[in-house]
Design a protein around this ligand. Structure first.
Ligand code: SAM
Length: 852
């Protein structure tokens, strides 16, 4: 019950479903059509060609000569594997899903898959193909991730598969499983996350890896307690961030902060000199941390995505080598920022779903060069041994405008803005740049690399003398073989690239005068290109990234500007402020894109626009909620034990705290970060934080209650072990009746004791706990991870459930049902008051919907 599980509104789910990438649902026009056609072709290859009304089968475009040429030349697979590689890329991707280990039902679900679906498919199977249809992924721990390899046609043919399909749909919607591409599950596994870790997911949306990270944070947490760690999930794209928020809401965690920064500029939240005094910022005690650093960083960067060709066949048409070249610079900047935010001793995983060495090994090589031995590439060959992977490349070429370039020396003068030295295996600039500022740093850097000592953990060799024949393809001397490449035909997946980095010591400082400030930048494209190698800048106690126009091809990448002078920037922001923009409470957690700036409001007129009077434009402030009279009322009404920490853990998104609709709960770790953020002048642009715990009841009946705040479904798992009042313990029959009929009059409950318990409660929100195995002693009843509880409303004469229909359905299916007669299916046993009560439920449902 650590992370809990959300029973949020249908409205949210619909939103989530609509926006989310659904790898299983493809347009009839593309992969499904292809799949169906392939089936037809296999069944009767002549059929279509003889039928004039059914035109001959025409494959989707799964060809791209420049793709073939590029990857053959790069040697991503051996020549003898090429056909298998291409054939695999041209077949639809099997689906995969993960059981959410924080779900109270994860054991049930796993056993249902192992003992029911796998076995029944085996029993029904004639050719053995159904057995392959579902199986656990051998490399994922504890049989929690599964592969399913069936076509829609097979699904329709086979009853067990059809049942399986419905099972997947429901459990996915509820949040008990997450559909996720198999290879996309790999990077978090190599991050080695513990519950006490501070984890940063730099490019997190739509959030499937964030979800995995949260599960890791919550593993081993006992009911009602919270881990010491947290996840900060960041993505620059506001729309995609909203998907992430909805995705992670299924987790109901108090240990998550969602932010919307350009990852390359993610703030480190240093104390702001102007706010030294904690009480000035409304903080009771100063946080222990003085800077936001992380134990783990996931750097799953934006990439060309050709590793996803099997699920996104449209990439065949669009693919060209410039896609990777254009992202290379941004990828370096994001990775470097991740490393600067990583604690010494911490681990960072860099990953892409691209096969292109320019986005992969070239980026890793460049960050190793820039870090000068302070970061090492970890050999993880002993981890997850069942995962088939290949070593990273050490040799590759750069393709630009139809030319193959073996080294930077081959780059035509007019292309030096687009093709930068870091794209090549040695990262060398040679003598070309000896006459500018940057050359000094680069040469210095090379010298330092060659002088590196073995204590750094990397064998730092002198790349500048590694190849004497410059017309040959360069070869890196860095240990890039420790990078991992997952090829699609190795284990029938998509392609992925993963590198695990360990920060050994603080990153080196490269004192560098900004070319932008000297006005040289626009005068020479060469200078721009070469400057790309020089963006690490030291502050007194932290390292940040300064200007780094990387290549011409990067023109679409938002301009990057130094944040080294925070005070100046604040001043600029105040000047730019639009005080007319109201801060509206948007407690569903969604963030609204600022006008005309989809990809992040912080770049305005070429400047990073920070805040206006301590607030981010378009983002609601995060306010610590300290209305003692309300909090005391809540505590008194629900009998919340003093042991449950409230002080400093409640936040709202409304600066007018007298009109708060929703109160969120944050873990200790999140509280610390929020306090630090306040002291640092609100550098974090927070889209969503914590778990929704209390919601104000606005209906007439709601305001009649002694406590106008009800406990939300998301907050219930966390609060439940600490609540001593307004609890009802229901037998299986009464619990089931309530789930079925949603509202029942006191007189209609089967259990007399329950009836009197219910009528003795105060009017208002209450909690219904299912008593297991006919236990009947509320005094001794212990809530544990397997406890089933829902929020209800104690009305004047009845109890009504306050969960959504789909959650009721799920609970009904999962309830331990050992009844002599199945009351569930018997309409005759419907309590007499149900007809009338249904009307009430509609009202409640509408209220829940509106509130969410
Ligand atoms: C490969 S996807 C991330 C997938 C995600 N990690 C997951 O597992 O669901 C890359 C993400 O990077 C985001 N992105 C692009 N440029 C960015 C930037 N400069 N800073 C932060 N995020 C960025 C995109 O919006 C996109 O959501």
């Amino acid at each position: 019950m650590g992370g809990g599980r959300n029973r949020s509104s249908r409205t949210q789910r619909r939103h989530f479903k609509q926006g989310r990438e659904n790898v299983w649902k493809r347009n009839k026009s593309d992969s499904e059509q292809q799949e169906d056609n392939q089936d037809n072709k296999n069944n009767n290859p002549d059929e279509n060609s003889n039928n004039p009304t059914n035109p001959p089968w025409e494959p989707l475009t799964t060809q791209n000569p420049s793709f073939d040429e590029y990857y053959k030349e790069q040697g991503v697979v051996a020549a003898e594997e090429w056909d298998a590689f291409m054939e695999c890329l041209r077949t639809a991707l099997p689906a995969a899903f993960r059981i959410n280990s924080s779900s109270p039902f994860y054991n049930d679900i796993r056993s249902q898959l192992e003992n029911d679906f796998m076995k029944s498919l085996l029993a029904e199977g004639t050719d053995g193909s159904e057995m392959e249809a579902i199986r656990p992924l051998p490399w994922y721990p504890d049989n929690l991730a599964w592969h399913s390899n069936f076509s829609r046609k097979q699904l329709r043919k086979n009853q067990t598969l059809e049942r399986f399909h419905s099972f997947l749909k429901l459990e996915n919607e509820i949040g008990n499983i997450t559909r996720q591409e198999a290879v996309s599950m790999v990077p978090p596994l190599f991050l080695d996350v513990c519950p006490h870790h501070f984890v940063l997911d730099m490019c997190a949306a739509p959030g499937s890896k964030t979800f995995q990270l949260l599960e890791m944070i919550h593993q081993l947490t006992s009911p009602g307690s919270l881990p010491n760690g947290l996840v900060v999930a960041n993505d620059v794209d506001i729309q995609r961030c909203n998907l992430l928020i909805h995705q992670t809401k299924r987790m109901s965690t108090a240990n998550l902060i969602v932010t919307t920064h350009e990852a390359q500029h993610f703030p480190s939240c240093h104390h702001n000199r102007s706010c030294q005094n904690a009480s000035e910022c409304g903080i009771v005690t100063k946080p222990d941390i003085s800077q936001l650093l992380f134990d783990r960083v996931l750097c799953d960067v934006p990439c060309s995505g050709d590793g996803t060709l099997r699920k996104a066949p449209d990439i065949w048409r669009k693919w060209n080598p410039g896609m990777g070249n254009g992202l290379h610079g941004l990828q370096i900047l994001i990775a470097m920022r991740g490393l600067s935010l990583l604690k010494v001793g911490g681990r960072m995983v860099y990953s892409t779903c691209s096969m292109n060495p320019i986005e992969n090994e070239a980026v890793v090589a460049e960050i190793l060069r820039r870090c000068k031995g302070s970061v090492e590439l970890v050999d993880v060959s002993s981890e997850l041994q069942q995962l088939v992977r290949r070593p990273g490349l050490k040799k590759w070429k750069v393709r630009d405008k139809g030319l193959w370039l073996n080294s930077y020396r081959d780059v035509p003068e007019n292309r030096k803005a687009a093709v930068v030295p870091s794209m090549f295996p040695t990262g060398r600039t040679f003598e070309d740049i000896s006459d500018n500022d940057c050359a000094i740093s680069t040469e210095e850097l090379c010298t330092k690399i060659s002088n590196g000592n073995s204590e750094d953990g990397i064998e730092l060799e002198d790349d500048s003398v590694a190849n004497t024949n410059l017309s040959d393809v360069e070869e890196s001397t860095l240990p890039l073989e420790h990078c991992m490449r997952i090829a699609p035909h190795d284990q029938n997946t998509g392609a992925f690239f993963i590198a695990v980095l360990h920060k050994i010591s603080a990153l080196p400082a490269v004192q560098k005068k900004s070319l932008r400030s000297t006005g040289k930048l626009s005068s020479s494209k060469n200078v721009q290109a070469q400057n790309a190698t020089c963006e690490v800048k030291e502050d007194t106690d932290f390292i940040e990234i300064t200007d780094g126009p990387v290549s011409e091809a990067d023109a679409q990448v938002p301009e990057t500007v130094s944040v080294s002078s925070h005070t100046d920037e604040m001043a600029e922001a105040v000047l730019d402020a639009d005080p007319s923009i109201p801060s509206k409470e948007n407690e569903a957690g969604d963030i609204q894109p600022s006008k005309g700036n989809k990809s992040g409001p912080e770049v305005v007129g070429g400047k990073r626009k920070l805040q206006v009077q301590g607030k981010w434009i378009g983002v609601d402030p995060v306010i610590f909620y300290r209305d003692d009279s309300i909090v005391s009322k809540i505590k008194e009404f629900y009998g919340i034990k003093e042991s449950f920490p409230f002080n400093g853990h409640l936040v709202t998104r409304n600066s007018d705290t007298s009109h708060v609709k929703r109160i969120y709960y944050v873990s200790n770790s999140v509280k610390e970060v929020l306090e630090l953020n306040l002291l640092a002048g609100q550098q974090l642009k927070i889209a969503s934080v914590g778990v929704k715990m209390f919601e104000r009841q606005t209906s007439k009946e709601g305001t009649a209650s002694a406590c106008s705040f009800r406990i939300s479904s998301e907050g219930l798992p966390l609060l439940l072990p600490h609540v001593t009042k307004q609890i009802l313990y229901a037998s299986t029959v009464d619990f089931k009746h309530l789930l079925q009929y949603k509202s029942i009059k006191f007189a209609d409950f089967t259990d007399a004791e329950f009836r009197s318990q219910a009528s003795n409660l105060s009017l208002g929100c209450c909690i219904l706990v299912l008593i297991k195995d006919n236990q009947k002693a509320p005094d001794t009843y212990q809530v544990d991870a397997s406890s089933t509880a829902i929020g209800c409303w104690r009305g004047r004469n009845s109890i009504s459930v306050m969960v959504t229909a789909i959650d009721c359905q799920e609970l009904l299916e999962r309830m331990p049902m050992h009844l002599e007669t199945d009351l569930a299916s018997s309409e005759e046993n419907k309590p007499s008051s149900v007809q009338a009560a249904e009307a009430v439920v509609e009202m409640k449902d509408a209220e829940i919907k509106e509130e969410n």
